[in-house]
Structures are given as structure tokens and as C-alpha cells.
Design a protein around this ligand. Sequence first.
Ligand code: FAD
Length: 398
Amino acid sequence: MSKPVKQHLIDPEICIRCYTCEAACSVQAIEHDGVNVVVNFDKCNFCMDCIAPCPTGSIDAWRVVNAPYSLADQYGWRELPAQTAFADTASEADATIEALDADVALLLAEAHAGAGGKAKAPRSATKPTINLYTLTKPAEATVQGNYRLTADGADNDVRHIILDLGGQPFPVLEGQSIGVIPPGVDADGKPYLPRLYSVSSPRDGERPNFNNLSLTVKREQRGVCSNYICDLKKGDKVRLVGPFGATFLMPNDPKARLLMICTGTGSAPFRAFTMRRQRNGADEGASMTLVFGARTPNSLPYFGPLNKVPDTVLKKHLVFSRAEGRPKLYVQDKLREEQEAIAELLSDPNAYIYVCGLRAMEKGVEEALGGIAEGMGLQWRSLRDAMREEGRYHIETY
Ligand code: FAD
């Protein structure tokens, strides 16, 4: 069997046929007919010059393939083909994907259940790659850095972990998760199952166009995988599966407004969303609002860097439940305080709501949003269900 290769493609469902990518390509790898815009595998040199000018993100599509798709294949597409599983034989791939898939699908379904029904991706979201690496064929990453994000005295140890994927293609979108396989075996002598972690860097990497990504991991007392990750040293090797998740994604529309509500490591996907927009030269008119809850400023991950993001890009509400000399405030209290602005977002068909973090936050957040909707004379359940159907209401709690 031939060695797998990474292939650059264009998503025909999102592409608006403006041909800016074709003009930006210095090696004439991009061409079009009356229907599709396509990439010639033999000519593309991965220079990435075409990525930034694309107004829709459709240019940022990648597949790992045994045999590259031809121009004729691509001209015939109405949508991108799914990423096929990667393993030496089809049956091996099927078996490992089925086993892992069932576990991950269950975890994700539980994590997304709070949205009240079957989650849907935003219509303009880039199509994600999923299940590229499996238990029998994991990717191997090298730890590039492990930095503590919370103050030394804080009661939570949250880490920013940077993983380098070397030459292995590992395409992830903001909002997706990856699985980390902790070494060792459980009480029954079986290898540990992977744990899921949200990627906290944008799709072009923690460092732009380097094949790396970051995670935001909280050390759980006696937790197998979180302790393993939080103790990793530079140069250590880590086995990864995934990527996973096809719905908790950001819209490609740069004008879409995002309300992001989180606690603790729930901030991970929102760091990725914010960096994506910043690197794309965030449109100052396209607002992003973050409501982020922690016990104290010392225990809020990314407190320093967050405060440096300009308000024109990200409106920040950092909310503390145990800060000295201040009344206890939770994210739902802040939503109520800001009810006018939240109501305005709820009535905007181009606004998206994302909630991520501790499962315990779900009820309070939903009650607050529900109260604000009812105050506008809207029936919350119908509004929430309609937003979810349009890929505009997302919950990921664990
Ligand atoms: P486990 O060993 O699986 O233990 C689970 C829990 O049981 C822990 O809380 C541990 O404290 C407790 N426990 C274990 N052994 C004992 C014992 N002997 N006595 C008492 N208690 C015990 N986490 C993040 O930090 N960052 C993320 O970005 C992130 N994203 C996620 C995204 C999704 C979609 C999902 C589903 C989960 C995410 N998680 C994230 C949670 C993560 O997957 C793990 O569940 C978490 O790190 C705990 O795993 P662990 O192996 O350390 O704990």
C-alpha cells in the first residue's frame, strides 16, 4: 500500500467561486471550470498563500489519502468526500474506529446533551476531519511546552500544553477535541482509554503554520490522564487519537456574532475561536463576547493574555465567585446584569451562543438565557430549539 499523503482541497459547498485563491497561487496549482474550483495535487507546494485571501474558509480543506484525488474527481464533487479512516487495512480501520467511535460518540453526546437535542454545526462552518488517528494507529506528538496558567497559590493547576505533530498531518478546527492515550493499564489490566481535550489553538497551529496545537488541561485529583498530561516535560512523546467533534464549530462568516460562556478549561475552544478571528484580522464590527467564570483572578486560566485582547475584538466579562472583598458572582448573574445586550444577541439571526465547561454551569446559564428570552416575550424552548437547528446554540460540558 502506498504511503498516505496530505492533500489540499477546496470545499465546493462553501466556495463562492470568487477565484481569489487561483489568483493568489504562484505555482498555478488552482484552476476552475464552470462548476468547481480545484487544486492540482502535483503542483501544490503547501505555501498557504491562498488561505488568507479566501473570504469563506472553503480553501482550508485537507484530506489524508492513499492516492490523491484527481482534478476530474474534484470537478465532479458537490461536497467534499469524508475523510477515510487511516490504517493498513480497511478491516483494521473499521474495527478500531468502531470501538473508539462508540466511546467518543457517547462522551460527545453527553457533553452536548445540554443543548436539548441533536447538535448541528453552523451552516458556514468548515467541514471537520474526524477519526484520522485511531487506537491502533495513533499519532505521536512531542511536547514542546508545558506552562502553568493559574497562579502558584491557586487551588487549581491548569496547564497550557503545546504538542508538535512533526510530519504527521493533524487537521483540527477550533472547537474540536482530540484524545490523549495515557500510558499504562487500568485495574482490569486493560490499556487506558483515551480522554478528550478541547484544542485551544486555532486551525493553523499554536504558532501560525507550524504543525502544532495546544491543550488546556486541569489536573484532577487522582485523575489518570490529567495528571499524566500536567506532568509532561518538553520532549516527551504523547499518543493521540482523533480529531473528534463535528458540531461545536465556529461559523466562517466573519460578521457572525459569538457569545461564549465558560468556566475553567471550557475557555479552551474560545481561546481558539478568538485567535482564529484575530489572525484573520478580526472585523471590529463583528463582536465576540466572553463571559468567563472562575473562583478568583488567580485561578482563571489565561487571565493575563486575555486582558491584552482588545475590547474591539473581544468584549470580556470575567466573573469571580470568591474574589476577596467582592460579592459572589457567577456567569449566569453576569448574563442577567447584561440582559439588554444579551437580549439583542438573542434577537439577531447572525448570533451564535456557545457554552463550555463544568456540567454544573449548564442549568444556571440556561435559566438566565430563558429568563431574558421570556422578558422579550419569546418562548425560550422554541427559540433555543430553532437556534440549535440553525447551528447557533452549542453546549459542551463535562
Ligand atoms: P479519571 O482517571 O478518568 O478520573 C475521573 C474522575 O474521577 C476525576 O475527577 C478524578 O478526580 C476522580 N477519581 C479518579 N480516581 C479516584 C479515586 N481513586 N478516588 C476518588 N476520585 C477519583 N478536561 C480538561 O482539562 N480540558 C479540556 O479542554 C477538556 N475538554 C473536554 C472535552 C470533552 C468533549 C469532554 C467529554 C471532556 C473534556 N475534558 C477536558 C475532561 C477530560 O476528558 C477528562 O475527563 C479529565 O481530564 C479527567 O480525566 P482523568 O483521566 O484525569 O480522570
